[in-house]
Design a protein around this ligand. Structure first.
Ligand SMILES: Nc1nc2c(ncn2[C@@H]2O[C@H](COP(=O)(O)OP(=O)(O)OP(=O)(O)O)[C@@H](O)[C@H]2O)c(=O)[nH]1
Length: 656
């Protein structure tokens, strides 16, 4: 029996998810021939005309769309929004719910987004109006925290699988997130319009890996619209209504928040019990602070005030909170002066990589502080502590869920908050033990003394359990890659005749930098990869210092496995030589472990002349080049007497 089946069975015995049809299912099975009305409601609900009292919790369905990257979640969400008349067909903006600039530029979802839709459906023999809350989630492994938070507000999930690619690594991860949250899972085999689509093969995979009944799978094309009419009826019939009690005191879960210049913090909430009205006095279970609700409503998909949110409904609330310190994701909010049992909240985010963020211009520290405050309001999974560096001045040490998450946070700081940032080489959190018995967790290599007073006696590094799914012909090269990255094989099996499934325990630092790219390149893009954190393992680690003209640059220090130190040291100094501009004096670039130099390069003196290639040319062209150089200089950091451009810090990341 496959691991999946075993796990699935074990979990099933704990959660009894699919085995017994639930009461709401019995209706579905006896009404297979019901005629479903999938047209948008004639009286499409607009603005303040929406009366949420018409939607008791029995008429509410809360569901997420989960899938591997690019299997079509956001496109499917678009079609459902159109089908219900929530957005106009051909609104001109594909992946409507991917609103951030970074999401549009990269074509990926990084933030889960909620949208409320209204849909009339023949239920129990009569036309009934339903309120459906759809949450579109990210697919990339770095954002699975967003997925697990979204699932807390749902009773069901559409598990979307590409009809040609079949089950991939994040399909597996997301299935288990939904399964362990005891959600009703509706398999949706999407992209059936593709010439290489093979829905029967995907159905067989869903059966063999997750024990999902092939006849439950919906076949759709979010592109052509084929099969979409089955989706909302399935949501209504197969997903249970939210279980809360309308007569109990108010308890609502704070799902997400963001900062609005005019309104302050806007919170996304799920009302679990009771009801919330505009003007109510509410308290936070986490901080004990009280607020008055100045606005409340639904996301339809923009903010639409309704004055009320009832049991089971998901919407927004404005209450004068000012920062993340007040709007804590996972907090339970309740009416002031009522005693309630707080909701379980969310597991704290586990930070996989840490990096220093410094203002590109040292004097902008306060501006960066402000920008980070605002952005963490919308991304509570980032940890932030102040730190200082001899090379870069005052800045922040931030913990991220992965490198893509770090990159996206960096980009959002620039795009949404105008902050120019230099980020230092990311590191994973190591544990070091000294001869006096003390143990420290090191999130910043610079904090590790190069010549410590007490002798280092042991080091540990974090590991992950990596799941890799690949076409069988690439098995050999993937095994070689994993061995090079110090991986230990835990499982190797076949999903079907064409695809292999492997599990490895690997040091986290081996996979955070460039592992996925390499895996993709050796498998012609066919590999899919996911990981979850695991325990620490003992390791032989050393601190590698970078010195410029004999002076260590703390922001460039890194911790590496001893066996890899000579190669990494050599590559680092070679990269730096390429990226640091020649200056009026000679620069000696060295990599060292303690006092021992292991690599060295020399950059000879000469100032870079940006006009060198500008033969003739009029004065405006020369001025342009000089302006560009000036702009570039703003992004430089002076260490001692050496100017280091931001790209040098970025390039270090790729090597180390
Ligand atoms: N042929 C075809 N292409 C589709 C279909 N659905 C989505 N696509 C395309 O697949 C690509 C990815 O679609 P998205 O909706 O962004 O996928 P996603 O799962 O939301 O992606 P992430 O948010 O990055 O995980 C886009 O180019 C879509 O146009 C479909 O049914 N058929």
């Amino acid at each position: 029996m496959s691991t999946f089946k075993r796990a699935s069975r074990a979990l099933r015995s704990n959660f009894s998810l699919f085995s017994t049809p639930r009461p709401y299912l019995s209706h579905f099975f006896s009404n297979q021939n019901a005629s479903f009305c999938s047209r948008p409601r004639q009286n499409s609900k607009e603005g303040s005309t929406i009366d949420l009292n018409e939607y008791p919790s029995d008429n509410i369905r809360n569901f997420s769309i989960i899938a591997h990257v690019d299997h079509g979640k956001s496109t499917l969400a678009d079609r459902l929004l159109e089908l219900t008349g929530t957005i106009r067909k051909g609104h001109g903006q594909p992946q409507y719910l991917d609103k951030l600039q970074v999401e549009r530029e990269r074509g990926i979802t990084v933030k889960a987004q909620t949208a409320t839709m209204f849909h009339r459906h023949k239920f129990l023999g009569s036309d009934t109006d339903f309120l459906l809350n759809l949450i579109d989630t990210p697919g990339h492994v770095d954002f699975s925290y967003e997925v697990s938070r979204s699932l807390a507000a749902c009773q069901g999930a559409l598990l979307v699988v590409d009809a040609a690619q079949g089950v991939q690594a994040q399909t597996v991860a997301n299935f288990y997130l939904a399964f362990e949250s005891n959600l009703a899972i509706i398999p949706v085999i999407n992209k059936i319009d593709q010439p290489t689509a093979d829905p029967d093969r995907v159905k067989a995979q869903l059966k063999s890996m997750f024990d999902l009944d092939p006849s439950d799978a919906l076949l759709t094309s979010a592109k052509t619209g084929q099969g979409l009419e089955q989706v909302l009826p399935a949501v209504i019939e197969r997903i249970p209504p939210p279980p809360g009690k309308s007569t109990s005191p108010l308890r609502m879960l704070l799902l997400d928040s963001y900062y609005d210049e005019y309104k302050g913090v806007i919170c996304h909430v799920a009302v679990v019990d009771g009801a919330l009205h505009k003007g109510d006095k509410i308290s936070s279970a986490a901080t004990g602070q009280s607020y008055e609700v100045s606005d409340v409503g639904i996301l339809h998909p923009e903010l639409v005030p309704t004055g009320i949110l009832l049991t089971g409904q998901v919407g927004f609330m404005v209450s004068g909170m000012r920062s993340t310190k007040e709007a804590r994701v996972g907090d339970t909010l309740h009416h002031a002066r009522t005693v309630i049992q707080p909701l379980p909240g969310f597991k704290p985010a586990k930070h996989m990589v840490f990096s220093g963020l410094y203002p590109a211009d040292g004097s902008d520290f306060e501006a960066l502080n402000h920008a980070i405050e605002r952005l963490t309001c919308n991304d509570a999974s980032v940890s932030v502590t102040k730190e200082s560096s001899t090379a870069l001045g005052l800045g922040f040490r931030c913990g991220f869920l992965g490198l893509l998450h770090m990159d996206v946070f960096h980009q959002r700081l620039e795009q949404e908050h105008g902050a120019h940032v230099i980020s230092t080489v990311p590191t994973v959190p190591y544990i070091f033990e000294y001869s006096d018995g003390s143990k420290v967790e090191v999130q910043n290599p610079a904090a590790l003394p190069s010549n410590p007073k007490n002798r280092l006696t042991a080091c540990w590094e974090p590991t992950v359990i990596a799941t890799i799914i690949i076409p069988s012909e690439y098995v050999g090269s993937v095994i070689t890659l994993c061995a090079e990255r110090r991986g230990e094989q835990l499982e190797y099996s076949f999903i079907d005749s064409q695809r292999a499934f492997m599990k490895y325990r690997m040091p986290l630092r081996e996979i955070v930098v460039d592992f996925y790219n390499e895996l993709k390149s050796i498998t012609s893009g066919y590999a899919s990869f996911d990981y979850e954190d695991s325990e620490y393992q003992s390791s032989d680690l050393v601190k590698l210092d970078i010195l410029l003209n004999g002076q260590p640059v703390d922001a460039m220090a890194t911790i590496v496995h001893k066996s890899k130190a000579p190669r990494v040291g050599r590559e680092l100094v070679e990269k730096l030589k390429k990226f640091i501009d020649r200056q009026m004096f000679e620069i000696i670039i060295q990599a060292a472990i303690g006092t021992k130099v292991i690599a060295r390069e020399t950059l000879s003196a000469m100032r870079k002349n940006v006009l060198a290639k500008c033969y003739g040319g009029d004065i405006t062209r020369k001025k342009k080049l000089l302006e560009k150089q000036k702009e570039g200089k703003k992004r430089m950091k002076r260490v001692g007497s050496v100017d280091i451009p931001q790209e040098a810090f970025h390039e270090l990341l790729k090597v180390s």
